[in-house]
Write a protein that binds this ligand. Sequence first.
Ligand SMILES: C[S@@+](CC[C@H](N)C(=O)[O-])C[C@H]1O[C@@H](n2cnc3c(N)ncnc32)[C@H](O)[C@@H]1O
Length: 288
Amino acid sequence: MLTDISDVLADPVDGSPLSLDSCGSRLGSASGRQYDIAGSGYATLTIDEVHADRADDDSMVTARETFLSRGHYAPFVEAVTGAVQLALDDAGVDDDAHPVICEIGAGTGYYLSHTLDDVEGARGVGIDLSVPAAERLTACHPRVGAVVADARHRLPLRDSSVDVVTVVFAPSNPEEFARVLKPGGQVVVLTAEAGHLTELREPLGILDVPEGQAHQVVEQSSDWFDPVGEPELVEFTMRLDQESIATQTGMSPSARHIPSDLLAERAARLPEHMTLTARATVTRLQVR
Ligand SMILES: C[S@@+](CC[C@H](N)C(=O)[O-])C[C@H]1O[C@@H](n2cnc3c(N)ncnc32)[C@H](O)[C@@H]1O
């Protein structure tokens, strides 16, 4: 809930601290701005209109919820949670210190809620540009507060307030991550690698993931972060039926770039079951 994390929230315009009003229906900043909290419990902390073009729409979020609930990406969620635990251990932070874990582009909260189950005293901030995602995030775990915000802009978080930032198949903003992390804090990034879902590329006409994604993550953040060890490759196969493949495609960027009827037509020509490769790397970065 937002009450659990209101001590880390800040005005997206000037960074001044936000606090909840007595009814819990608004957040107010020290500089006088007011931000409404939706009936379902998330706050919208954006500096201007939400640009929904990049945000997942309701059908993408529903597809993501369905696909992830079937456990197909369980090795990915285990790897992210394991990396968060290592990051907290490196910083010497115990569960009873109530660490703050912030996921950027958190979607349905599948990864964040799994991590909070593992780190018992932790509190979660789920940030996403998508309103349908924020609605899922408010309900995903009792210790998650959901915020609609744009990760490309100033994050609505106070300086040095977060223990670990996680980014799972979502946009990054290393300069802002360095500002909001506590000294010794880390970023955990999961990025798709070349070969991810490669069996679907040709039949569905979707783009392949370029080589060297983990290397790029390290390079783009090198002004503020040092890598912790080597990126960890997580690779496994999934046997999916046609319907699960359609659900996977519905939550991926292809859902945006290929007309849905054309994608459905191509998906209908796939075999009834396929074995697909899942391939991504977990990179940990420590703030300098
Ligand atoms: C591929 S999904 C990943 C969702 C989640 N991390 C997961 O793996 O289940 C990318 C998410 O990032 C969100 N997103 C895209 N651009 C964003 C931005 N500029 N700021 C915040 N969230 C953004 C989308 O709405 C979407 O929920």
